[in-house]
Design a binder for this molecule. Structure first.
Ligand code: HEC
Length: 205
């Protein structure tokens, strides 16, 4: 029987058996005792339809546990879990918040290199599937972007889409990016893809 190979399983089973035996034994003892025991002590004045109450002192252990639970409840409510709570969700939210503020300051005022990197990332995800990683149009499947040298025209194409030249990939859908991302992509294209700028640079050398 392979469930006996697992120590934790065996301990849990032994524990369950012990609890069962103790419960049956203790219940048995008290049930037997109830049959023969006669109660004793001073009765309280009140009684309800003949059912009275003895003036026995509280068992000390019980009283201490009772007081202890009250103290614990006060601690738990005012100092423990509900108010000074730790939670994984809270920790996660805090981490997200600190990351957001960190990147908010980085991207609210991006330097040129950051803008280029953003533009490249967006281009590779949004444009390269049709226009190719180098923007050459994948052997005429879509427009060859190396010929484009005008940032505004690229932004216009991204926002409004393009159609009519019967490329195998058909039309380019409008509204691929919001205007800010479109500008970043256009800036990246002018620097890294456009042959116009490349020629300017190479002629400058
Ligand atoms: C679904 C494929 C597809 C995606 C994605 C796509 N394009 Fe295009 N794109 C095309 C096609 C096809 C054309 C040619 C459309 C025509 O003129 O008929 C085109 C044309 C263009 C043009 C020339 C527009 C004109 O007026 O001739 C530019 C610039 C351009 N795309 C840039 C981009 C940029 C930047 C992205 C990324 C944001 C992008 N495209 C994403 C398919 C795509």
């Amino acid at each position: 029987m392979n469930w006996l190979n697992d120590n934790v399983n065996v301990l849990a089973l032994l524990g369950a058996a012990a609890i069962l035996i103790l419960t049956i034994g203790v219940s048995w003892k008290y049930i037997q005792q109830m049959k023969t025991d006669k109660s004793s002590g001073e009765l309280a004045k009140e009684n309800w339809d003949g059912i009275g109450e003895y003036k026995n002192p509280l068992p000390i252990g019980w009283a201490l546990s009772f007081l202890g639970t009250i103290v614990w409840a006060l601690w738990y409510f005012f100092a423990g879990y509900p108010l000074n709570s730790y939670s994984q969700i809270g920790e996660y939210n805090d981490e997200v918040k600190s990351h957001t503020t960190q990147f908010e300051s980085k991207f609210s005022n991006p330097d040129k290199a950051t803008l280029m990197a953003m533009g490249e990332g967006v281009f590779l995800v949004q444009c390269a599937p049709c226009h190719g990683v180098t923007g050459d149009g994948i052997n005429g499947k879509a427009a060859n972007l190396e010929q484009w040298g005008n940032e505004e025209a690229v932004v216009h194409a991204i926002v409004n889409g393009a159609k009519g030249s019967e490329y195998p990939l058909g039309e380019m859908p409008a509204g691929l990016l919001d205007e800010q991302s479109a500008k970043a992509v256009a800036a990246f294209m002018m620097q890294e893809i456009s042959s116009v700028k490349k020629n300017e640079e190479s002629s400058a050398c």
